[in-house]
Design a protein around this ligand. Structure first.
Ligand SMILES: NC(=O)c1ccc[n+]([C@@H]2O[C@H](COP(=O)([O-])OP(=O)(O)OC[C@H]3O[C@@H](n4cnc5c(N)ncnc54)[C@H](OP(=O)(O)O)[C@@H]3O)[C@@H](O)[C@H]2O)c1
Length: 339
C-alpha cells in the first residue's frame, strides 16, 4: 500500500491534463474507510471530467477521477465496516470533488458505502454501477407510478449506451415489450439479443416534429434529452409514464405542454447522484442482485485494462461505446471475467 498507481486529472492553464501517477495513501483525500479497488467503470461523467467538458470536477488541485468502484475494505475507523468487507461506492462526490475510483486504493466516508449484495460479484457490480442504478431507479419509479407490462410498450432512447442497454434488459425481463431507439444500425441484432422486441432508428424517430403524434409508448426512459425527449413526449399513450435520466445531446427541450396535459402524462425525474438516499440506494442494489439482475450482464459489460482508460474515454463523445466499460484497476492486461 506504500506506493500505488492512480489516474489523476490536473487543471493546467484552465485545461484538463490526465496522467497515471504513483501515489501514497496520504496523497488521497481523507476518509475513514480504506478500500482496495478491484474494478471501476467509465461513465459519461468520467469522460466529461477527463476532457474538461462541463464543470463537474474540482480544478483547484489534482483529482483522482472515477465515479464508480467496487472493492474490499482494507481498514476502517468506522464501526459500520471492517477489513475484508466487499463494498460498492458510486456517485456522491467520488471522482469529481473527492479522489475517486481510478486508483488502487480509495479513502471514503462510510456513509457513501453500499455492502456488496449476495448475488453479485465485484465485477458484476461494476457491470451495473451508476448506469445500473439509473436503469433500476427508472424501472422502480415507473412501476411505482402504476406502469405494468399490460399497459403497452416501453421506449428507451440511447439504447446501446450504459444506461440504455441495462434498461432494455431489465424492462424486457419484467415482461415489457421494449422498443429500443438507437443511432447504431449495426447493433440491432445485439439490442434484440438483450431483449428489444423492436428498434426505431434515430433518424426515423426524429423525423416527425408535431408535438402530438400517434401514441406508441405506455412507458419510456429518455437517456438522450433534447429532441428525443420531445419525440417521446409526443408519442406517449394516455397516462403514460416518462422517466427522464440523461441529456447526451443536450438539456434543452422544445416541445409544448399539449401532450403532457391532453394525455395526462407523468414525467419522472431520475437522479442517482448524492440526492438518492442511502436507504433507497441499498434497496435498489438488492434488487439489482435479485429480481432486476440483468440476465445479459456479461454481454452488456466488457473489461478493459487500467492502462486503456485514457484512450477509451473519447469513445463516449462520438457515441461509439456499447454497454458498460468495466475498468480492471491496477491490472497490467485484461483478465478473464471473474464469475
Ligand atoms: N440522471 C442520472 O442520475 C444519470 C445517471 C447516469 C447517467 N446519466 C446521464 O444519462 C445519459 C446516458 O448515460 P450513459 O452512461 O448511458 O451514456 P453512454 O454510455 O455514453 O450512452 C449514451 C447513448 O446515447 C446515445 N447518444 C450519445 N450521443 C448522442 C448524440 N450526439 N446523438 C444522439 N444519440 C446520442 C447513444 O446511443 P445510441 O447510439 O444507441 O443512440 C449513446 O450510446 C448521459 O447524459 C448521462 O450523463 C444520468
Amino acid at each position: 500500500m506504500s506506493a500505488f498507481k492512480a489516474f489523476r486529472v490536473h487543471t493546467i492553464d484552465g485545461k484538463p491534463v490526465c496522467r497515471f501517477e504513483t501515489l501514497a495513501l496520504k496523497d488521497l483525500d481523507p476518509g475513514p474507510v480504506v478500500i482496495k479497488v478491484a474494478y471501476s467503470a467509465i461513465t459519461y461523467k468520467d469522460a466529461m471530467a477527463a476532457r474538461g467538458v462541463g464543470k463537474n470536477v474540482r480544478t483547484d488541485r489534482p483529482c483522482v477521477t472515477g465515479v464508480d468502484l467496487s472493492g474490499e475494505v482494507v481498514s476502517s475507523e468506522d464501526a459500520q465496516f471492517k477489513e475484508g468487507d466487499r463494498v460498492i461506492v458510486t456517485n456522491y462526490k467520488l471522482g469529481v470533488e473527492h479522489d475517486g475510483a481510478y486508483a488502487e486504493y480509495a479513502r471514503v466516508p462510510a456513509d457513501w458505502i453500499v455492502p456488496l449484495p449476495a448475488g453479485l460479484s465485484l465485477y458484476e457490480a461494476m457491470g451495473l454501477g451508476t448506469s445500473g442504478l439509473t436503469a433500476a431507479l427508472a424501472v422502480d419509479r415507473v412501476e411505482a407510478a402504476g406502469l405494468t407490462p399490460a399497459a403497452g410498450a416501453v421506449g428507451i432512447t440511447g439504447a446501446t449506451g450504459g444506461v440504455g442497454t441495462l434498461a432494455v434488459n431489465m424492462f424486457a425481463q419484467r415482461g415489457y415489450k421494449v422498443i429500443a431507439i438507437s443511432g447504431k444500425r449495426d447493433q440491432q441484432d445485439f439490442l434484440r439479443s438483450i431483449g428489444a422486441q423492436a428498434i426505431i432508428e434515430r433518424e426515423e424517430f426524429l423525423r416527425e416534429r408535431a408535438p402530438l403524434a400517434p401514441p406508441l409508448f405506455a412507458g419510456a426512459l429518455d437517456n438522450v434529452g433534447g429532441a428525443y425527449f420531445d419525440r417521446l413526449a409526443a408519442r406517449m399513450q394516455p397516462y403514460g409514464k416518462l422517466a427522464v435520466a440523461g441529456m447526451a445531446v443536450g438539456a434543452e427541450v422544445t416541445t409544448t405542454v399539449l401532450p403532457l396535459i391532453l394525455r395526462s402524462i407523468d414525467i419522472l425525474g431520475i437522479n442517482v447522484s448524492r440526492q438518492l438516499q442511502m436507504k433507497a440506494r441499498r434497496r435498489l442494489w438488492e434488487r439489482m442482485a435479485s429480481d432486476l439482475k440483468p440476465g445479459k450482464l456479461a454481454e452488456i459489460s466488457r473489461p478493459i485494462a487500467f492502462e486503456e482508460l485514457d484512450r477509451t474515454m473519447d469513445k463516449f463523445f462520438d457515441a461509439t461505446t456499447i454497454g458498460r466499460v468495466v475498468v480492471e484497476v491496477g491490472s497490467r492486461a485484461p483478465q478473464p471475467r471473474p464469475a
